[in-house]
Unconditional design. Structure first.
Length: 204
């Protein structure tokens, strides 16, 4: 019985998050109302407040779902990367970027980024920072894996290089989010071009 209750709880939470994601896209974050999210998720307003204190908490839950899915996909790449440094990095970057608009619109990303910047010590801010750190750590792990495979130079600082790649990608992603007319394809091309010199410097 306890297992069934836990399953129902997970199912309700997923319905809430997915309903909120769709409504935030359609109405905008500010325009969406908790009552509408509850109706879409087929739960009571009270049930939503049992899970989340406000819309901000729901938004960070959507970001968390997004990041955990890409981390899972990224792990498979890190465990068995392409046998070429440039292709391996590009494949991981593509995994992050191509999934970035599955649950969140650019407007939702802007809201999440603004909230994390304005309230860095809030639960939202801390969660957002920890998710960013997990993505950065995975990028560093990929570089270390490429060293182990003899594809990247053993003398480089894998963590330093991984952080450079992630931080550069993150800054370019922020610019992408700010510009409604920029496509994922353009963003990927810009990141690939910027990484090319670094890739040449670290490859065996």
């Amino acid at each position: 019985m306890a297992g069934l209750r836990a399953k129902h709880k997970i199912d309700r939470n997923l319905r809430i998050v997915e309903a909120a994601s769709g409504l935030f896209r359609r109405e905008g974050y500010e325009g969406a109302r908790i009552e509408e999210i509850a109706a879409r998720a087929e739960v009571s307003v009270g049930t939503i407040y049992n899970y989340y204190r406000n819309k901000g908490d729901i938004l960070v839950a959507i970001v968390s779902m997004e990041v955990h899915e890409v981390l899972s996909a990224g792990l498979r790449i890190v465990q068995k990367p392409p046998k070429d440094v440039e292709k391996a990095i590009d494949t991981l970057v593509a995994t992050y970027l191509d999934h970035s608009l599955v649950y969140l619109s650019k407007e939702m990303w802007r809201q999440a980024m603004a909230t994390s910047t304005q309230q860095p010590d809030s639960p939202f801010g801390k969660t957002y920072t920890s998710l960013d750190r997990a993505l950065a750590d995975q990028t560093c792990t990929l570089i270390a894996k490429l060293q182990d495979l003899g594809l990247a130079r053993g003398t480089i600082d894998a963590r330093g290089v991984g952080e450079m790649i992630f931080n550069s990608m993150n800054m370019m992603f922020i610019e992408f989010v700010k510009q409604d007319d920029m496509s994922i394809k353009t963003l990927r091309a810009n990141i690939r071009r910027q990484n090319r010199t670094l890739v040449q410097a670290i490859s065996n």
